[in-house]
Design a protein around this ligand. Structure first.
Ligand SMILES: CC(C)(COP(=O)(O)OP(=O)(O)OC[C@H]1O[C@@H](n2cnc3c(N)ncnc32)[C@H](O)[C@@H]1OP(=O)(O)O)[C@@H](O)C(=O)NCCC(=O)NCCS
Length: 172
């Protein structure tokens, strides 16, 4: 349980600058070559499925979810999940994850994928995908490809490369 008085809320356009600064501090300039960022060149994360964590007015964490597809199977790509270092290990990350998952389920999504550490994300039910079945559009350690089925069997037939869900493509 957290001893912090955290407020979790859907992201708004006004949060963009503070979240970008948090990502810069956490992942550095190299973040743009990460596979997940390549997908973000084509589609924006969904604001109503992305969340901020605040203590008072101070932004202390963020999670985003992006509309993707593998073959013809639509899914969400969760990430980045980031918490300000002084506020880590106080369940802020867990609260953001719980909310993102609950909201995705409530909106009828069947599947969430992410690239991350299985020991952390298994706490909320993510499992490793069978090796080689799903690839990212760039180099990713296959052990870090994780999935959470919100609808039973949603990952069963999954195979192919993760691509943006073009229904959400950004107008350019
Ligand atoms: C990962 C991160 C979001 C967790 O946020 P948090 O608010 O500290 O998470 P919680 O408080 O809910 O959980 C903390 C617990 O998870 C553990 N944990 C954190 N990162 C972990 C990891 N990569 N692998 C395994 N366990 C991890 C902590 O040791 C802690 O364990 P404890 O409960 O036994 O003390 C945060 O550490 C962070 O921003 N890290 C840098 C960015 C990052 O790596 N993001 C994930 C990209 S996929």
């Amino acid at each position: 349980m957290s001893d912090l008085n955290i407020t979790i809320a859907p992201e708004t356009p006004n949060d963009a600058v503070a979240i970008e600064r948090l990502h810069e501090r956490t992942f550095g300039p190299g973040r743009y070559v990460l596979s997940a960022y390549r997908l973000r060149e084509h589609v924006d994360h969904l604001l109503d499925l992305s969340f901020t964590a605040r203590i008072g007015t101070l932004l202390v964490g963020s999670v985003r979810q992006l509309p993707i597809a593998v073959g013809e199977v639509p899914a969400l790509l969760l990430g980045p999940l980031t918490v300000e270092p002084p506020f880590r290990s106080r369940s802020v990350g867990r609260a953001l994850l719980d909310r993102a998952i609950a909201e995705a389920k409530a909106q009828g999504h069947g599947l969430i994928l992410l690239v991350g550490d299985e020991p952390y994300y298994s706490r909320v039910g993510f499992k490793k995908l069978p090796r080689g079945r799903v690839t990212m559009p760039g180099p990713v350690d296959p052990n870090r490809m994780l999935a959470l089925e919100l609808v039973e069997g949603a990952a069963a037939e999954l195979a192919g490369t993760v691509r943006p869900d073009w229904r959400f493509a950004r107008a350019s």
